[in-house]
Structure formats: C-alpha cells, structure tokens
Design a protein around this ligand. Sequence first.
Ligand code: SF4
Ligand code: SF4
Ligand code: SF4
Length: 347
Amino acid sequence: MSLIQPQPVQRQLAMVLDLNKCLGCQTCTVACKNLWNRDEGTAYAYWNNVESMPGKGFPAKYWEIGGRDAHGQVKRGEIPDADTGYGRAWKFNHKKVYFKIATEAEAEKPWLRPEGQPQWGPNWDEDHGEGQYPQDNHQFYLPRLCNHCTHPACKDACPRNAIEKRAEDGIVLVNQDHCHGYRFCVEACPYKKVFFDPVRQVSTKCIFCLPRVEKGVAPACARQCPGRLRYVGYLNDENGPIWKLVHQWKVALPLHPEFGLEPNVFYIPPLSPHKLDSEGRPTNEMRIPPGYLESLFGPRVHTAMATLQAERERSKHGQASALMDILIAYDWNDNFHLDTGKSATVF
Ligand code: SF4
Ligand code: SF4
Ligand code: SF4
C-alpha cells in the first residue's frame, strides 16, 4: 500500500477488460495508434498494446523496473533500451509488397527492414505461451494501456509538475508545454506507459481519449474492440458496469497491485481448460497456473476466479446470472456508461 496520499478527484474514469474474450487481434492497438500517436519520434511506442502471456511483455520485463519502494516513495527506475526493451519501429517496403516495383533498386530492398539490431519488440513472442502440447500448453492475451493511477508515479516523479491528474475525472495527462523531456516519468512508471518522443523532446502517453469521453463517446480502443471485452465508465457509478464488476462482483482486478499505484484499469482474469494427464484425460487443474495469475493480479484472483466459475456454471445450466449478462455483452452500448448517453455514436 502506498503511503502517498491520493489526489482528490471528484470521480474516476475507469476501464475493465475481460481477458476471457480477447482475440489478440490488435484492433485496439491500431485504433489508438492511428488516432493519437503517429508522430515520427514515437513510431516505436504503443499507448495501447496487447501482449501474449505468459511472456516478456512490452517493453521487455517492464515489471522489473520502476515503481515505488516500501515507503511509498517513487523509485528512480530505468528507461528501457531501444534494442532489448522497446524494440524499434520496423519499416515496410510497401512498393515491393503491394505495388508494381518501379526500379530494380527498389526490388532488391527487403520488404521488411528493422532499424538497428532489435532483439525485442511488441509481439516478439506473440502466441508463444508456455507448457507442452497437448498436456498443458496455455497462453492468453493481455491488452495494456496507462492505468490512470490513483497514485501516479509518473506525476510524482516530474520536477516540472507537467503531469496532471484531472480533478473532474482522474485522467492523467502530460502537459507538453511544461514538459522539458527529463524522462523521470518514463523511469518511474512501473507499467512503462509513458513514452519519450526524442524528436519533439517531450513525454507522451494515453489520454484516455479525453476529447471523445467529454462528448460521451467511448475511447477508440474500447469502441473498436470486436470482442466487446472493454467496459468504460466511472468507478463510483453504481448503475454502470465498472462499479458492478469491480465493487459488487469483485471479479475485476488491477494489474500488479503490489506496485501500490492503485490502477484504474482492471482485468477479469482468464479461466482456462483443464490440463490433461499422461493418458490424455482431463485433470482438475487449470492450464493457466493460478499462481501465475496471482503474480499478475494479486491474491484476490482466486476468489474472483471462483466467482466467475460459479456464475458460468449457473449460466450453463440455464439459471439466470446477472454477472454473465454483463460479461456476455449482448448490446455493446451497455459496455459504456459515460455521461451524455451519446456513446452509440460511431467513430
Ligand atoms: Fe502514470 Fe504509469 Fe500510472 Fe499511467 S500507469 S498513470 S503512466 S504511473
Ligand atoms: Fe489510446 Fe484512447 Fe485507448 Fe488511451 S483510451 S489507449 S488514448 S485509444
Ligand atoms: Fe483484444 Fe479487443 Fe484489442 Fe482485439 S481489439 S486485441 S479483442 S482488446
């Protein structure tokens, strides 16, 4: 638990993602990148990305650097390396791939050109997972974005006060007019969700699609998600899906709660099929080890999974389940509970 007092906010915008439904299609990643983050200096950066877990994530093993110490103070942390941490943007020879090639020189260029000598990058270990087929192979997708933390380490680390947590909705923003590019925020965020733009010499991060949310339109990553697995609304809105999933059913949990930042992005943990024994018969053990899920979502993951399992069984046997009704997301409009009721607007 952090010892630093939270910023007082009138209400907190939050997101819940149901990991049982993520397809790993990266539509969210592309939606965000296309809409907000096409600067040359942040070609390597993804405000939203989707990782294959168990895996090393993006940037590689981000959880091992940054965060707070036992006294709640921001640790200095580290900036991931371009080749082994973030990876570099890869360039495509579109002329060769898609169009008639005009010159021989163009034809001789490779269709895909990585810069430098990258040894890691987003999706480097896509779909690898762990375990042995057919006994216990397992893998799931983990979409990640800024958590708009209640105790944002990025904000506390900035000597310029260039990072603000908005009082009206708890969204964490970088004021790029005040940012001097010191990168203390990049070092401090244990989720590594602030990205430095070396061309403009400023830090950049997810803005929770503020201009859309202010109009009652869902964030692009959530609205475009074909899996309907993202829910967006305010944490204290008892009529919305966020409050029900986080506080009422207690099945939505923050990633790495041990960092002490109190994230406002929550995850429904993934259930998995049972392992097989040496004869190929199902056992009672889940393929994704519960201990691994605990390392991501903390000890509350076990009761959350028990609740999910029990409600899933009710539903399977034809009994009503208010929880499954939310998670099935019959009508995508119900995933979003923003102010003006205009979230049905298609963007
Ligand atoms: Fe800041 Fe990182 Fe928390 Fe986002 S996830 S608010 S960048 S500390
Ligand atoms: Fe990108 Fe908006 Fe999603 Fe943030 S909320 S990751 S800015 S699409
Ligand atoms: Fe998963 Fe939805 Fe993103 Fe596709 S768009 S990767 S289903 S969160």
